[in-house]
Design a binder for this molecule. Structure first.
Ligand SMILES: C[S@@+](CC[C@H](N)C(=O)[O-])C[C@H]1O[C@@H](n2cnc3c(N)ncnc32)[C@H](O)[C@@H]1O
Length: 182
């Protein structure tokens, strides 16, 4: 299943960290790409540095866009479905099984209130509960549910560093990509 994220909006300075986290969570929780509006190129550099160290250079992309409506329109034209994460939607427990059957899903999150028309453009308005919280929390839970948790074991190819999971302590191995893995 191909899952991409569209984040609408960005409040300069105030949202800087949150915007980075939206991209990091999209990457780490299994989506293939995030489209972002109103951000500058530094987000690409930040994620590029992460990919250099932790892998997945070709598994995840960021595209900075001007016209999010065009992205949604093209997505639908190609047969993809659109999910808007919103506290006003239907609870995820009651929608996720339908969404999981789709091949292509574009997940929309807002930095703040999203334009009214997104509610109508979306095929599914999905709520992670009906209380207001955060787009990062909403996105993480949505991606976790859509992939049934399997994305957390995803291997990111071409990493320079690899964590050796431990119950106690901390171990990181450097990988020589010119020779064998690890
Ligand atoms: C700061 S919130 C904005 C909350 C605002 N009251 C609204 O109109 O949705 C930013 C984003 O977080 C996401 N979000 C917040 N709470 C949510 C919830 N309970 N379920 C799903 N998404 C949520 C939505 O994508 C929203 O656009």
């Amino acid at each position: 299943m191909k899952v991409e994220v569209l984040r609408i909006g960005h409040r300069s300075v105030r949202d800087d960290r949150i915007t980075t986290h939206a991209a990091l969570v999209s990457r780490a929780f299994g989506s293939d790409k995030i489209y972002m509006t109103e951000v500058d190129n530094s987000i690409k550099e930040t994620l590029g540095e992460i990919a250099k160290r932790w892998g997945g250079k070709y598994d995840f992309a960021i595209e900075i866009i001007e016209d999010w409506r065009r992205v949604v329109k093209n997505w639908k034209k190609e047969g993809g479905k659109v999910v808007l994460l919103t506290m006003y939607g239907i609870n995820i427990d009651d929608t996720i099984s339908q969404v999981q059957k789709k091949n292509k899903v574009l997940v929309i999150i807002g930095a703040e209130k999203v334009p009214r028309e997104t509610y109508d453009l979306a095929d599914y308005n999905v709520a992670i509960g009906n209380q207001p919280h955060s787009e990062i929390a909403a996105l993480a839970i949505f991606l976790d549910r859509i992939f049934s948790g399997k994305q957390l074991k995803k291997d990111f190819s071409g990493a320079k560093l690899k964590i050796i999971p431990m119950g106690k302590g901390k171990m990181v191995k450097e990988i020589d990509n010119n020779n064998s893995n690890i």
